[in-house]
Design a protein around this ligand. Structure first.
Ligand SMILES: [Zn+2]
Length: 146
């Protein structure tokens, strides 16, 4: 029988983990802010942008913690494994959604997949399927509207 005591123990453990993760988040937030001001001082817009994005992500994770939403996926609501949060305490996607993000080319800031020009020197007709001449019935589907 799942006793109330067990539930309370789970709850205590959950709270202890949250406290631990909050400490981690605050540590990282301080580090990200230090990075940010160092990058600004050094005049590196790229580094400053990175540090700002990280500190924003951490702040929003802390805000979600205050609302009791921390540790759940922002996209589908699934729980994010504790092991993931230990490594990246501001992670806000579950493994499945993070996997989708990876495949789509990360969180997609400015990555627009540019259409690649066809490689030069490879003639179309070198592909075997293009070498097959249209059969006798090739025009049937196109012109018989009436
Ligand atoms: Zn998800």
């Amino acid at each position: 029988m799942a006793s109330l005591q067990t539930l309370m123990q789970d709850y205590d453990q959950h709270r202890a983990r949250l406290e631990e993760l909050r400490d981690l988040l605050e540590e990282r937030l301080a580090a990200a802010r230090a990075d940010l001001s160092a990058a600004v001082t050094a005049g590196s817009a790229a580094l400053a942008g990175l540090a700002r994005r990280e500190s924003d992500a951490i702040e929003s994770a802390l805000a979600r913690m205050d609302r009791g939403l921390y540790g759940t996926c922002v996209r589908c609501g699934a729980f994010i494994p504790y092991g993931v949060l230990r490594r990246i305490p501001h992670e806000q996607l579950c493994l499945a959604c993070a996997g989708t993000r990876e495949r789509q080319g990360h969180s997609g800031a400015t990555e627009i997949p540019a259409p690649r020009p066809a490689p030069a020197g490879v003639p179309e007709r070198s592909r075997p399927e293009a070498a097959v001449p249209p059969g006798p019935g090739a025009g049937d589907e196109a012109g018989n509207g009436t």
